[in-house]
Design a protein around this ligand. Structure first.
Ligand SMILES: Nc1ncnc2c1ncn2[C@@H]1O[C@H](COP(=O)(O)OP(=O)(O)OP(=O)(O)O)[C@@H](O)[C@H]1O
Length: 600
């Protein structure tokens, strides 16, 4: 095993010194896969990959819990592909590998990663992705063959089995690897029944892998449901010392402001260029997303909205455009938007649960447009509204600081959100009584003067973004995207790389943005803000240098603790540790559990 040693408790911890890091060759990875990685600029395995790859190649069941952006996808995909490579051509009646993810976007992401690897390896593998929105005839056609690797959601597999598109007996005979990716989200997205139904057909010999960014009761439940005496690879901090859940190369900030001042504050951050691009802004409701977009566009700040209501092709296209750098500001909703509709439903818990289920189905049975998604080069994540759970915070902030990148987050916290903010801080170990550096620091670059200089204009424009305008714009955007979605489908089949076809950050409002609001007059800015803006610009330029310093082959190193790709520990199954059991590793704070129960 790479860079590991056992401590007295039998927990296997990863060695983290740069010189100890093994290469992909030393992990016995297939040279074809190494070539494919090199082509992507990936030359050395991340810590989680170092430990997971050999174990998975040995055929062990593995639970891998590592920070967002730590490279969990390749940690399972590389050994999975290597195993399938050695099996190519052997007769089968169903897929040998099944990768289950919570959302369609993740389906697409994993599917693309697999294709990009096997394209270079030049191995004849059939890989398919299936989602519930596909007609049964398409599902049947995709599974005839059958594929070597199937990427899907639990709900879709249930549909396939109930419609006899995928036969239980065939699956039992063929399945050799099952992966539950983003396992911490699978149950909260309502897939428990689907997974329970599926487990009956997973043969005992099937190798099971469970990947997760956070530890939770749900992950434990899944572990018990599916795995057999697995190796536990985990960040020492997750659910243990509470430290370092968020990568340290992400600087976390917060701003205290009233709910009604949030538009003003976000305007100040963006317009005065106090945060670096690209920026991902989280809101809790779709209406708020359009409110913010309409508001910002009046100041010449163009953004796109990503939410579960939009057709899948549009969502994928928005993600691709944003990742390709076609626009800098993306406003996204995550699971929190369910709250919006729940609020008007019954207070009764049972009907609340039912309405939630109904709503989940209505919006999109595999809803969840951002969690786990690998956004490229997002520097700043802004929580315009706080997520309802600490786990939601971890997933949101995890969209920046991915792999070897640095990033920052700014949370706008209103008095009503102080409770969840405190809960998040306590999860992070950000406690005044603790002798640790503050994990979420007050944002230092925005002065009261700077905010006040924009107040008049901001309040004026905020008033003009009425509920009616929001409703109309949202409906219009949806209509446009439905039309686009069809065009996109046809067009991208022929031109998969043509991202410029439809821009998603076009001005929504019928009234063009007034010219005078586009630029902030010099006289409105105080010296401190001008200085702060300059600092951010310098930092951006410096970041360019930093980035190039981290190109493959670069000698420059990150601080060990500051790199999300660095720390981990691994725990062997009981029989590998002479029966010793690790205690208290998975403890999660009670408040977190309670909130988690009511979330999603
Ligand atoms: N060995 C590596 N070296 C450099 N970059 C890597 C390496 N492995 C993966 N990456 C890149 O790191 C980014 C994050 O990887 P990945 O999406 O697998 O993270 P993750 O741990 O699954 O995060 P999340 O929990 O948020 O889903 C991706 O862009 C991926 O291409």
């Amino acid at each position: 095993m790479a860079n590991v040693s056992k401590n007295e408790e039998g927990v296997v911890e990863g060695g983290q010194e740069e010189e100890e890091i093994k290469t992909f060759e030393e992990l016995s990875l297939d040279p074809r896969l190494i070539r494919a990685l090199t082509k992507k600029g990936i030359t050395k395995p991340t810590p989680i990959q170092q430990v997971a790859i050999p174990l998975i190649l040995e055929g062990k069941d593995v639970v891998a819990r590592a920070k967002t952006g730590s490279g969990k996808t390749f940690a399972y995909l590389l050994p999975l592909l290597q195993k399938i490579f050695s099996d190519v051509g052997s007769p089968k009646t169903a897929p040998c590998a099944l990768v289950l993810v919570p959302t369609r976007e993740l389906c697409q992401q994993v599917y693309s990663e697999v294709l990009s690897l096997i394209e270079v390896c030049r191995v004849q593998l059939k890989v398919v992705q299936l989602t519930s929105s596909m007609p049964v005839s398409d599902l049947r056609a995709a599974l005839s063959g059958p594929p070597d690797i199937l990427v899907s959601t639990p709900a879709c597999i249930s549909t396939c089995m109930s419609r006899d598109v995928l036969q239980a007996k065939s699956l039992q005979d063929s399945l050799s690897i099952l992966v539950l990716d983003e396992a911490d989200l699978l149950l909260s997205y309502g897939y428990e029944d689907d997974l329970k139904a599926l487990t009956r057909y997973i043969p005992r010999r099937c190798q099971c892998l469970l990947m997760s960014a956070t530890s939770s009761a749900d992950v434990e439940k899944l572990k018990k449901l599916v795995l057999h005496n697995p190796f536990i690879l985990t960040l020492p901090e997750v659910g243990d010392t509470k430290d370092d859940i968020i990568p340290k190369n992400v600087q976390q900030f917060w701003i205290s402001c009233s709910a009604s001042d949030k538009l003003l504050h976000v305007l100040a951050l963006l317009k005065l260029e106090l945060v670096q691009k690209k920026v991902l802004i989280f809101v809790n409701t779709i209406n708020m997303a359009y409110r913010l977009r309409l508001f910002l566009e009046q100041f010449g700040i163009r953004s796109a909205v990503l939410n579960g209501e939009l057709p899948q092709n549009s969502r994928l296209h928005i993600l691709e455009e944003f990742n390709a750098g076609l626009f800098d500001y993306l406003i996204a909703t995550d699971g929190s938007q369910i709250k919006e509709k729940e609020e008007v439903k019954s207070e009764n818990q049972v009907s609340l649960r039912n309405s939630k289920k109904h709503l989940m189905k209505k919006l999109d049975s595999e809803f969840g447009v951002v969690r786990g998604i690998d956004f490229k080069n997002v520097y700043t994540v802004i929580n315009f509204e706080m997520p309802p759970t600490p786990a939601g915070y971890v997933h949101r902030i995890g969209r920046t600081g991915r792999a070897y990148n640095t990033g920052a987050s700014v949370s706008l916290v209103s008095p009503n959100e102080m409770e969840i903010f405190e809960e998040i801080k306590s999860m992070l170990g950000d406690n005044e009584n603790e002798d640790s550096s503050s994990f979420i620091a007050p944002f230092p670059l925005l002065t009261k003067n700077a905010v006040e200089s924009l107040r008049y204009r901001a309040e004026d424009i905020a008033k003009s973004v009425t509920k009616v305008l929001i409703r109309e714009s949202r409906a219009q955007d949806l209509r446009n995207e439905i039309v686009n979605s069809e065009k996109l489908k046809a067009h991208f089949e022929a031109n998969p790389r043509d991202l410029d076809l439809l821009k998603h950050d076009k001005v929504l409002s019928k009234k063009p943005p007034p010219q005078h609001l586009k630029a902030v007059p010099e006289y409105l800015l105080d010296a401190t803000t001008r200085e702060a803006s300059k600092i951010v610009k310098f930092a951006r330029a410096a970041m360019g240098n930093t980035k190039s310093a981290h190109r493959p082959g670069s000698k420059k190193k990150f601080r060990k603790s500051g790199d999300p790709l660095k720390t981990f520990s691994a725990e062997a199954p009981k029989r590998y540790k002479g029966g010793k059991k690790r205690k208290g590793k998975d403890g999660e704070d009670e408040g977190h559990k309670q909130r988690k129960k009511h979330s999603a």
